[in-house]
Design a protein around this ligand. Structure first.
Ligand code: PFF
Length: 449
């Protein structure tokens, strides 16, 4: 079976793909603004601790299941079960996971489409196509459908090319580019008046906020969303790894890169907001909170870029290219989850499966776009607040309670000979068995309140 399956050609290929999945709109936009409004450096510290102590063990759990079963999430959880009940539960969790991944993609593609439109707008201006630029700046349904459809089609086209030529090849091209654009933008913004103020706001810790349990829980939620946990994307990427690769090491590298890029994105977003403030643009809402959601990306930043003349056009292109790339490498991992289930469980080939599922997801995006005010937020909270934590618990339970200890050890040993005597092996099984499920459950209960 493994001969017909795709496989990453190298560790770097996996790292680029998994980091590409992890680094998305959540890092570049979600993390910095959450940090700024929740105690700056204190949130950063809480986030780092939670990412390594909680999200990292859960990530290794997903990688272990995937590589052990060498299959998609549905088949993998089915084969782990030892009786009819656990097998049935496994399939149910698996189908629920890919459904959630698809639903996340349906709203993620809408936002990613807006990023594409903002990227196209200054390009059209440069070419002198003012009409096109105005249309791209509008909020018309036609524009939203077109850019969302284009983004979804790009995602499908990459997935249709398979693991090595699609996911790995594109992630390996796009991720270094993302990092270069991010660094270039930071260097530029640091030279602008107001940047220092933003840096202070981001980095100086306000430890009084750390006593607020809500803060710790939202840092944990952010860490789980950022590492793409629970919906089978990391699981399927793990299934394309070679047996000789060390899962704890690769997982640690992905966590480090993901948190590192989230931290670095903060060095761009916060200083940029305060540069905007220095230009007279409002960055606080009427209630006194720092602007976060769409208000930041689609109002503050374009307003700032337009005060910067010629440089603003290039900054705008670079910034929205960064956002579009971050979104694309995440969305391909979301689409791979359902596509792998369909190709491995039916006769449909990869290309047909990718386009069919892509079309279905676009249909859902269209329904959301037609009912934006009611459906968008509902889709976001249903998937990220409610479903991801529950699925995270389910996957930890499969590893901690249903997989046998020697199965786990053998899987880890394959790429890491001396694992049995490592600190990792002393702590991790207990963590996924008890600590992770209990803490995720706490976060979940908190989100219900
Ligand atoms: N990790 C992505 C981000 O931070 O934007 C979001 C994400 C990707 C969530 C893939 C879930 C997923 F399956």
């Amino acid at each position: 079976m493994s001969d017909q399956r795709g496989q990453f050609s190298s560790k770097i290929g996996f790292l680029m793909a998994a980091t590409g999945s992890a680094v998305g709109l959540g890092n570049i936009w979600g993390f910095p603004t959450q940090a700024a409004s929740n105690g700056g450096g204190a949130f950063l510290l809480a986030y780092l601790v939670l990412a390594f102590l909680l999200a990292y063990p859960a990530l290794v759990a997903e990688l272990v299941i995937g590589r052990h079963a060498r299959a998609n999430i549905v088949t993998a959880l089915d084969t782990l079960g030892e009786n009819r009940a656990t097998k049935g539960l496994g399939r149910a969790v698996g189908y629920y996971g890919v459904l959630v991944a698809s639903l996340i993609l349906s709203f993620y593609a809408i936002v990613a489409g807006w990023m594409l439109a903002e990227f196209g707008k200054p390009l059209a201006q440069l070419l002198g196509w003012q009409g096109a630029a105005d249309w791209l700046a509008s909020d018309a349904l036609g524009r939203n459908l077109l850019v969302c459809g284009l983004f979804t089609a790009a995602t499908v086209a990459i997935i249709a090319k398979g693991v090595e030529n699609g996911i790995e090849a594109w992630s390996t091209r796009l991720m270094p580019l993302l990092f270069l654009i991010l660094l270039g933008l930071i260097l530029y913004v640091f030279t602008q008046p107001g940047a220092g103020e933003g840096l202070k706001n981001y980095l100086i810790p306000d430890f009084t906020q750390l006593t607020d349990p809500g803060l710790l829980l939202s840092a944990m939620g952010q860490a789980f969303f950022s590492l793409s946990l629970g919906v089978g994307t990391m699981l399927i990427y793990g299934s394309y790894l070679r047996k000789t690769d060390s899962l704890p090491r690769l997982g640690a590298a992905v966590t480090l890169l993901d948190t590192g890029i989230a931290f670095t994105a903060g060095l761009l977003i916060l200083p940029t907001m305060y540069v905007a403030q220095a230009q007279g643009i409002a960055i606080y809402s009427e209630g006194g909170d720092l602007l976060a959601g769409p208000g930041l990306i689609f109002q503050v930043l374009p307003a700032l870029f337009s005060t910067m003349g010629g440089a603003g056009i290039w900054l705008s292109i670079a910034f929205f290219a960064l956002m579009s790339i971050a979104a694309l490498t995440s969305s391909i991992s979301m689409l791979e989850a359902p596509v792998s289930v369909v190709t491995e469980r039916t006769r449909l080939k990869r290309t047909g499966a990718a386009w069919t599922i892509g079309l279905l997801i676009f249909a859902v995006s269209t329904i959301i776009l037609l009912n934006m005010s009611t459906l968008f937020d509902a889709a976001v909270s249903l998937t990220t607040e409610y479903s991801q934590p529950l699925l995270g618990i389910a996957l930890c339970v499969f590893v901690g309670w249903i997989m046998r200890r020697n199965q786990l050890l053998n899987e880890l040993k394959a790429g890491h000979r001396d694992i049995e005597h490592s600190l990792f092996w002393k702590i991790w099984p207990f963590y996924v068995r008890l600590v992770c499920p209990v803490l995720i459950l706490l976060a979940f209960i908190q989100s219900l309140r």
